[in-house]
Ligand binder design. Structure first.
Ligand code: 8OZ
Length: 371
């Protein structure tokens, strides 16, 4: 029987175990630059015996327009590449594996975060009802401008450029952020996408941007170094349900199967919330059916505890499990899961922004036991 603690290959990336650190926005990249504090945080979680088999970094904007929150890192300038290089070197020195999450927020942004103070871009000109975080604190998302069809190649090129930057920065690969109500999901869902060009309307049209982005990234760095995160039913960031999520995501994974991606990463249910949304009127989503039409490495996420994760891998329902909050609070999460040791509790107040407190000072079993 396969164990959560067994090694696995995600495409070209060799993982020492199947416990993955989920991408986690922490807002400590002042000036959009990766820094020494971030290096310490990731390196603490990189040990192949006590830590993650794979670290997926916090979401990093692929271009200046892709930013939606204060102090998130970029992966599109030489300075950002140089900053990330110190992090990937340290993680690799500790024996770990690390990919970077490539992010364009689309309309989940604010004019104060956009170059020139202009409107953010999206599939639509309708604003998201929700907040983002700026120097002024929490503010309403700004009304976006719908991308013109002739601007879409530039967006795809920005993903491709960011993927090249990721490899230049020493990452083992990338995870494209196709989830949580950001740009690619703003194209996917018919609850948001109101376009009448080749990128709106039918399922194939709404999936076109995502598929073209994945093709471009794979052409640049190879399928074996490229993953993708999806969240078929999450309602976060004003992403109302698609009228037929099962058909939409079935099309997406069928279209992507030939790319032989390193992994697909599924958020099951509401990101960071309930796995079952039936009491909110959301139709049950059949993740197993999606997996059956896909066939490649399958990473699952959302609210897994130790028993659920062990069972998911043992039963073959998943190849690996990503943990978010548990990895924030437990740098040695893999050791704790292996030994069935108690977990540190998360401190929500220090999740976003700030310094070392609640970031690099969670104890390991080893430090907790020290005199
Ligand atoms: C929390 C706060 C800001 C951004 C996501 C990148 O939900 C995020 C995010 C999460 O994917």
């Amino acid at each position: 029987m396969t164990s959560l603690f067994d090694p696995i290959h995600f495409g070209d990336i060799a993982l020492a175990n199947r416990i993955v650190m989920a991408p986690l926005t922490r807002n400590r990249a002042v000036g959009q630059l990766p820094n020494d504090l971030m290096r310490e945080y990731y390196t603490q979680r990189a040990d192949p015996v006590t830590g993650a088999g794979l670290i997926i970094t916090e979401a990093a904007q692929i271009c200046a327009e892709g930013q939606g929150y204060l102090d998130t890192p970029g992966i599109h300038t030489p300075e950002q590449v140089a900053g990330w290089r110190k992090i990937t070197d340290a993680v690799h020195g500790a024996g770990g594996r690390i990919v970077i999450q490539l992010w364009h927020v689309g309309r989940i942004s604010h004019v104060s975060l956009q170059p020139g103070g202009v409107a953010p871009v999206s599939s639509t000109a309708r604003p998201a009802l929700g907040k983002t975080f700026t120097t002024e604190g929490f503010v309403d998302c700004s009304t976006p401008r719908a991308l013109r069809t002739d601007e879409i190649p530039g967006v795809i090129a920005a993903y491709r450029h960011a993927a090249r930057c990721a490899i230049d920065a020493g990452f083992d690969g990338v995870e494209v952020h196709g989830a949580n109500g950001y740009l690619l999901e703003q194209f996917l869902r018919d609850s948001i996408n109101d376009r009448s060009d080749a990128y709106g309307g039918s399922i194939a049209n709404r999936a076109r941007l995502l598929v073209e982005v994945m093709q471009a990234v794979v052409a640049e760095i190879g399928g074996g170094r490229t993953g993708l995160r999806l969240s078929p039913v999450t309602p976060v960031n004003d992403a109302a349900q698609d009228s037929d999520a099962q058909a939409l995501y079935g099309h997406v994974v069928s279209a992507l199967a030939p790319l032989k991606l390193a992994f697909l990463h599924l958020i099951e249910g509401q990101t960071g919330g309930a796995r079952d949304l039936s009491d909110k009127g959301v139709k049950p989503f059949d993740y197993a059916a999606l997996r059956a039409v896909y066939g490649g490495p399958w990473l699952v996420n959302n609210g897994y505890d130790r028993v659920m994760a062990i069972e998911a891998v043992a039963s073959g329902a998943a190849d690996a499990v990503a943990f978010g909050k548990a990895f924030i609070a437990n740098p040695d999460l893999t050791r704790r899961l292996r030994e069935d040791a108690p977990l540190n509790k998360l401190v929500p107040a220090t999740l976003y922004g700030g310094g070392a407190s609640g970031y690099t000072d969670y104890p390991t079993l080893h430090t907790a036991a020290a005199p």
